[in-house]
Design a protein around this ligand. Structure first.
Ligand code: FNR
Length: 343
């Protein structure tokens, strides 16, 4: 379908479904096992109704959309989540994410399992001031880790995003039927003790990605992290894992100060402006978007740019329609959370 005929983020999936070969499409689309977590990521947003306010001054909403992530300025509180194998959708692969992120002035977190090399990704930066974060998986081999960290620092990345939700292999039946395996991460012994060892090996902040309980959020804060990243890996690792919205709510109900102590990012199933708003209302600072960007890459850089424009447009107008005059002041009272009880 022509790019200009697409009207929202889900459209990119339908378009990619026709365009990509079945095994590549399935690798992107796949969730773990029965895909309950995958579906729940999408459906959870619909379970909570909004509490829109009217006759509020929303004329300046646009000015409050930009934000900072670990001190770096961006035009929106959402970013491109780290996803492997961008080359399945486009020959230029992740280069399009770097350029598209620059054009939209948003953050891109590059995956360690990118189709393009770290050098290619660095070279694609239009100017040296573009901020990228680098996602990593680690093995027990500390020499390798040391080398990887040096390479990431040399590339100019501003943070290391350490994925911690996948010490085992994600059981992905859909893709397995095509013979496509999931990233087989070593059953590495990643404890908080090892986290400190890793932190001492680099000057960059290391952000744990894949926090799924208030207990681990608490432990992360106690261990001095600068940020935590709530995620169930797009429902691709452990089926039955909660959505980030539920985890954010659990933190809000049990340890709300965490949102003030560290920056909290969240991803999974974000497809509409109102999804972003619901996460922000609990104190989440920035929201990651995975598959929509992956699918948009069938259109190359233009597709990536379009997703950013669409989501920004929805964010601004959903906020305005909900009576939010300042995105920085959105609070949990903007959403009716009662649906959580009796679930
Ligand atoms: C991912 N994700 C992921 N996460 C990570 O830390 N490292 C990785 O290499 C990958 N690779 C990857 C590939 C593909 C095809 C997908 C769809 C996802 C997870 C990703 O960062 C993010 O958590 C989810 O994609 C968010 O959910 P949505 O937006 O895809 O629903």
């Amino acid at each position: 379908a022509p790019l200009k005929s697409l009207v929202g983020l889900p459209d990119f999936q339908w378009s990619a479904r026709q365009f990509m070969n079945a095994s590549s499409y399935t690798y992107y689309r796949n969730g773990a096992a029965g895909e309950w977590s995958y579906r729940n990521n999408l459906e959870v947003f619909m379970r909570f109704k909004l509490r829109p306010r009217v006759l509020k001054d929303v004329t300046k909403i646009q000015d409050s959309i930009p934000t900072t992530i670990l001190g770096h300025n961006f035009s929106a509180p959402f970013f491109i989540a780290p996803c492997a194998r961008g080359g399945y959708a486009h020959p230029d692969g992740e280069v399009n994410f770097v350029k598209g992120a620059a054009a939209g002035d948003i953050l891109y977190m590059a995956s360690l399992y990118s189709s393009r090399s770290m050098d290619d990704i660095t070279a694609a930066k239009g100017n040296s001031s573009q901020v990228l974060f680098q996602q990593v998986y680690l093995t027990e081999n500390m020499t390798e880790t040391q080398q990887l960290f040096r390479k990431i620092e040399a590339a100019g990345s501003k943070a290391i995003v350490l994925t911690v939700d996948g010490p085992g292999t994600g059981i992905r039946h859909r893709a397995a039927r095509f013979g496509v395996g999931s990233a087989n991460i070593d059953l590495n012994l990643l404890t908080w003790e090892k986290y400190h060892t890793l932190s001492n090996m680099t000057s960059l902040p290391i952000i744990p990605k894949g926090i799924q309980t208030v207990d681990d959020a608490r432990e992360a804060v106690a261990n001095g992290v600068k940020a935590i990243y709530l995620s169930n890996h797009g429902g691709r690792q452990l089926d039955g894992a909660p959505s980030s919205l539920e985890v954010a709510l659990e933190i809000h109900q049990n340890e709300p100060d965490i949102f003030k102590q560290v920056e909290v990012y969240a991803d999974g199933g974000v497809r509409y402006g109102s999804d972003v708003l619901k996460l922000l209302s609990l104190g989440v600072r920035a929201v990651g978007v995975g598959r929509p960007y992956m699918f948009s890459n069938i259109y190359g850089e233009e597709g990536v740019k379009r997703v950013t424009e669409m989501l920004k447009f929805e964010l601004i107008n959903d906020a305005a329609n909900g009576g939010i005059g300042d995105l920085k002041k959105i609070g949990p009272e903007w959403v009716d959370w009662r649906a959580l009880n009796g679930w």
